[in-house]
Design a protein around this ligand. Structure first.
Ligand code: FMN
Length: 175
């Protein structure tokens, strides 16, 4: 069976997600990374997860950090999201931050913030799953719009029409 990684990635991009910035204690100062793999796991105990590529220059710092802070980005965060998605670009210098109780700062104007202790790091293929226990959280009071990622592009929430005319062929069917 052939498996086209590019096509696989494109197909995964059809799942719309929000965007989060993870912050943690780095070797010299706090660092950040843009991710869309954030998801909730458990309410009791309160657990969340995200995935980091093992080849990331930030992998070691995040995998070894005692915890991380999750900032859920709003529609005004596009520039900072792009910056912290840049290769090797992990410094928080010049980014508008707010302090947290437990350590790593959060991005100002986030829709929600979760302060997490590292629960486990599970290697899964070319990524690792970072499971965090939520110790504190906060939610923005206003009706802020989220930053959305879909088909490799930033977007916004919209009431679109349901997809139509999708042929039944799978990428793994071969020609
Ligand atoms: C919208 C978006 C979502 C991303 N999600 C993830 C993710 O969930 N996990 C991950 O490891 N990298 C993710 N990345 C890539 C990282 O932000 C970063 O570009 C990558 O780690 C390469 O830089 P580095 O090697 O310096 O870490 C995402 C990038 C973008 C633009």
């Amino acid at each position: 069976m052939s498996f086209d990684s590019r096509a696989f990635r494109n197909a995964l991009g059809c799942f719309p997600t929000g965007i989060a910035v993870m912050t943690a204690e780095g070797p010299q100062s706090h660092i950040g990374i843009t991710v869309n793999s954030f998801t909730s796991v458990s309410l009791d105990p309160p657990l969340v997860l995200w995935c980091i590529h093992k080849g990331s220059s930030r992998y070691k710092a995040f995998a070894e950090a005692p915890g991380f802070t999750v900032s859920i980005l709003g529609s005004g965060h596009k520039a900072v999201s792009s910056r912290l998605a840049g290769a090797g670009e992990h410094s928080l210098d010049g980014i508008d931050l707010i302090p947290t109780e437990l350590g790593p700062p959060a991005l100002a104007d986030s829709l929600a913030i979760f302060e997490c202790a590292r629960e486990s790091v599970q290697v899964a293929g070319d990524h690792a799953i970072l499971l965090g226990r939520v110790l504190r959280f906060a939610q923005h009071d206003g009706a802020g719009a989220p930053l959305v990622y879909f088909r490799g592009k930033y977007g916004a929430l919209a009431q679109g029409e349901p997809p139509q005319g999708l042929p039944g062929r799978r990428q793994t069917d071969g020609e």
